[in-house]
Write a protein that binds this ligand. Structure first.
Ligand SMILES: Nc1nc2c(ncn2[C@@H]2O[C@H](COP(=O)(O)OP(=O)(O)OP(=O)(O)O)[C@@H](O)[C@H]2O)c(=O)[nH]1
Ligand SMILES: [Mg+2]
Length: 220
């Protein structure tokens, strides 16, 4: 009798996502809604769990997602070069970033626009190319028109999404759009760096097509 050697389970794709935005823009509620499908009414600036990592299968790929919430301090808005000073020596970078503003506060969008050049320099250094501008609290009366924001996102080469953590709408889409963007980028890099692998493993091309198809369905 021949013993079958079990195939070791594939290690998950490690994906770190920065969730970055001004005070009270809804960052924690987005993560919480995605993770636990909950919306807490009392204010809690950060997730209560000490380990913000979650194991999810997205587009047939096991992913280990780590969310890092970052508030934008006033000092960055006054002088965005503060970001260089704080992050110039950083050696860890996100794989994707969600730039969150609240549709009910124009200043939260303007804060992102002010610090974007400095942020971009940091993201470029870490080769983080998957960025999404997210209009949070979409259930709330808007001060910012979505068209205006969509145009800015396009101009800076970011995707755009809107969601309401309170109503549970659009949250999965905004998170998974980023994850699919990272997976697609990794597939592309794999194809460039190891054409041998591409010819030997037919699943690589199949999963690349699947990710592309799902991304197209979510992002339009
Ligand atoms: N209408 C509406 N209000 C929301 C939504 N999400 C959050 N809020 C409100 O905004 C407040 C702040 O939400 P948080 O998720 O804590 O915002 P944050 O950006 O993490 O805030 P800080 O960490 O304190 O900067 C909440 O207490 C809610 O009152 C939403 O989807 N819709
Ligand atoms: Mg918070």
């Amino acid at each position: 009798m021949t013993a079958r050697i079990p195939t070791p389970p594939a290690s998950p794709q490690e994906i770190t996502i920065f969730v970055l935005g001004g005070n009270s823009t809804g960052k924690t509620r987005i993560i919480e809604r995605y993770w636990l499908d909950e919306y807490k009414t009392q204010h809690c600036p950060l997730l209560e769990s000490a380990d913000p990592r979650m194991d999810r299968t997205i587009a047939g790929t096991r992913c280990m997602l780590t969310f890092v919430e970052i508030g934008i301090p006033q000092s960055w808005i006054r002088d965005p070069t503060e970001i260089y000073r704080q992050w110039e020596s950083a050696t860890t970078f996100p794989h994707a970033a969600m730039l969150v503003y609240s549709v009910s506060g124009r200043h939260t969008l303007e804060a992102l626009q002010t610090i974007w050049p400095a942020l971009k320099r940091y993201f470029d250094r870490g080769k983080c190319r998957v960025v999404e501008v997210v209009a949070a609290k979409s259930d709330d009366g808007g001060e910012v028109t979505i068209d205006e924001e969509r145009a800015w996102a396009k101009q800076v080469g970011a995707a755009f999404g809107e969601c309401s953590a309170r109503e549970g709408k659009g949250v999965t889409e905004v998170v998974e759009k980023l994850v699919l963007g990272v997976l697609e980028e990794r597939e592309r890099e794999k194809e460039i760096t190891s054409p041998q692998e591409r010819t030997d493993d037919p699943n690589i091309r199949r999963s690349a097509r699947m990710i592309k198809y799902l991304r197209h369905r979510i992002c339009g």
